[in-house]
Ligand binder design. Structure first.
Ligand code: Q9C
Ligand code: ZN
Length: 340
């Protein structure tokens, strides 16, 4: 399959993540992408392409233009105020407060985010933009009927129409779904196998019938993003019935998780979709430091094989996975299992 990588991901290099009341080295590190690049290259299944530039217009088809404006200016605004650390939101509009866009950068950070772990620093916008162009370059191949892998960093599935969080700034999968529709597709399926609920993707398509969203994830009563991902979230208006969540508890094995995977794949198989997008997180791994599923490296071969069974042109986009040295192999296993 075709695969796309851009070293510009290195521009996303924050020093801090707010975790347990401390500023720690971020889990979502540049090394992650390099391990994936090496393992996928070693597997021999990828033909690497250089990223193309589809411009900002492809992104503002899916995201609020004012939010994108904020992302492009945030770091400069933060620096202009002379603050010592990286940009971290610390205030949000609570229930019954006004949804206004403050002029002050602390207010803007709160308005345009839903969580505080993802510090913004020098190069964050540039890397997020490049990550999305990697995804779009891979999506173009899938539009031509090929399968492709976008080695996206930073990830995207927590980024909603107009807010960031969960290490995500631009929703790469959502931008690609819209791109494929704009190229003539009628109906796209997005299957999110990351450990965390893809709240951003769900948000963007919740009232739409042209993109159906399927997500398997840790129970939000117990894990991030906490306020999204419950099984009663089925879509609304024209999108009613087009959103599907499967939640699992601590210690979930592949045998248990696979039940939801197969239900999702059956719905996708029967749904008349033109193309399939996989939000490929491997934080479902047994040794992931921030997650609680128990998938093994060999299980990822079966994940890939199961996805292949629906026989749609498929776009894989990297999302999470924090057991740094294992994520490369685990991602490669999914792609190998898919191609076999
Ligand atoms: N103590 C993705 O997998 N909470 N994002 C982490 C760590 C945020 C995960 C808590 C997790 C975000 C793309
Ligand atoms: Zn995740």
């Amino acid at each position: 399959m075709k695969a796309v990588y851009d070293k510009a991901h290195w521009q996303r290099h924050p020093k801090t993540e707010l975790d347990g009341g401390q500023l720690v080295t971020p889990y979502e590190s540049p090394e992650r992408a390099e391990y994936v690049k090496s393992s996928v290259t070693e597997s021999g299944i990828a033909q690497w392409l250089d990223p193309k530039d589809f411009g900002l217009a492809a992104i503002t088809r899916t995201h609020d233009a004012a939010y994108i404006d904020f992302l492009t200016t945030c770091w400069q605004q933060w620096q202009d105020t002379g603050k010592a650390g990286e940009a971290i939101p610390a205030v949000w509009p609570g229930r019954r407060m006004q949804q206004v866009v403050p002029t002050d950068i602390d207010g803007q950070l709160g308005y345009y985010s839903f969580a505080a772990e993802s510090s913004i620093s020098d190069g964050t916008w540039e890397a997020a933009y490049a990550s999305c162009q990697v995804a779009l370059t891979a999506a173009e191949q899938v539009g031509h009927g090929e399968h492709a892998f976008g080695l996206c960093r930073p990830p995207g599935h927590h980024a909603a129409f107009d807010y960031f969080g969960g290490y995500c700034f631009i929703n790469n999968a959502a931008v690609c779904a819209q791109y494929l529709l704009d190229q003539g597709d009628q109906k796209i399926a997005i299957l999110d196998v990351d450990f965390h609920h893809g709240n951003g993707t769900q948000d963007i398509f919740y009232r739409r019938a042209d993109v159906h969203f399927f997500s398997l994830h840790g129970d939000p009563l117990l894990v991030f993003p906490h306020f999204s991902g419950y099984e009663n979230e089925i879509g609304a208006g024209p999108g009613e019935g087009a959103n599907h969540n499967w939640v699992y508890g601590p210690g979930t094995t592949f045998a248990q998780w696979q039940v939801g995977l197969n239900e999702a794949l059956q719905l996708i198989q029967a749904g008349g979709f033109d193309r399939l997008i996989i939000s490929l997180g491997v934080d479902t791994f047994e040794h992931d430091p921030i997650s609680f599923f128990k998938l093994t490296t060999d299980d990822y071969l079966s994940v890939g094989a199961a996805i292949a069974s629906v026989q749609l042109p498929t776009l894989f986009l990297l999302e999470g996975g924090y057991a740094v040295e294992a994520i490369g192999v685990n991602v490669a296993k999914v792609l190998i299992g898919f191609e076999q």
